[in-house]
Design a protein around this ligand. Structure first.
Ligand code: NAD
Length: 250
């Protein structure tokens, strides 16, 4: 198994890509702390993992709260004795043009998507140092690499922040054997994109820019996250992997 004996925290693990990562990690031998604001979905994912012999625990976490991050990381230490892997996956998307975007909306998207990654990383690092190393995987987006005319610019800005924060953290903690990398998904079939996928115009717009011509599945992103989280990626840090059906290649 590729994560045998590892302990992993996954933010936004209740549903979508985070839940796919939690299930895959558990199948690969990791003990998983699923963190989310969605309690019912989080407990459901926890149960689905434990029913098939995995080892998962749900902890309520709003990634914008430093206290709740402390609680999540402490749960990993108390329950499983250490923390090896953090996947900063929680995120939100908002719709608005720049002209119509309120300061509140800008702050909200930056708070969850960018500050949440900073707080998770800040809280995890001391424990990873103690353990002699670790792997942090930050879920950015293709929206952190290219601008899009149909995406909220605050979302692009927040995901761009995740991309460069990842590289800074990688450089600053390499000596501690803590690897930090980012994943940049393209359009993926999760609850986040459900509304867009129900709109034929939006689907056409999205798939027209996606050479593979379809939405990706959450498991296809989880496979890349698994690689970066595992010791197979022992010489990979500060890097970015696009999982985007070719979206950013053209
Ligand atoms: P999703 O909405 O299905 O899942 C996101 C999860 O994050 C949810 O369970 C949600 O409750 C949780 N979350 C939101 N705010 C939170 C908070 N403040 N604290 C804790 N948890 C919170 O979306 P998804 O598509 O699975 O997205 C996962 C990540 O991938 C996000 O960071 C998203 O921005 C990114 N992403 C998604 C796509 C896509 O097409 N779906 C593409 C690129 C990047």
């Amino acid at each position: 198994m590729r994560l045998e004996g590892k302990v992993a925290i996954i933010s936004g693990g209740a549903r979508g890509m985070g839940a796919a990562e939690a299930k895959l990690f558990a199948r690969e031998g990791a003990k998983v702390i699923i963190c989310d604001v969605l309690e019912d979905e989080g407990r459901q994912t926890e149960a689905e993992i434990n029913e098939v012999g995995g080892d998962a625990v749900f902890v309520k976490l709003d990634v914008t709260s430093q206290d709740e991050w402390e609680n999540a990381v402490n749960t990993a230490i108390e329950r499983f004795g250490k923390l090896d892997i953090l996947v900063n996956n929680a995120g939100i998307i908002v719709q608005s043009t720049i002209e119509d975007m309120t300061v509140e909306l800008w702050d909200k998207v930056m708070d969850v998507n960018a500050k949440g990654v900073f707080l998770g990383t800040k809280t995890a690092i001391p424990h990873m140092k103690e353990a002699g190393g670790g792997s942090i995987v930050n879920i950015s987006s293709i929206s952190g690499i290219v601008g899009q005319d149909y995406v909220n610019a605050g979302y692009n800005a927040s995901k761009g922040a995740v991309r460069i924060f990842t590289k800074a953290a990688a450089v600053q903690y390499a000596k501690e054997n803590i690897r930090v990398n980012s994943i940049h998904p393209g359009p993926i079939a999760t609850p986040m994109t459900a509304e867009g996928r129900a709109d034929p115009e939006r689907v056409a717009l999205t798939l027209d820019r996606t050479p593979l011509g379809r939405y990706g599945e959450p498991e296809e992103v989880a496979n890349a996250v698994l690689f970066l989280a595992s010791d197979e990626a022992s010489y990979v840090t500060g890097s970015e992997i696009v999982v985007d059906g070719g979206y950013t290649a053209q």
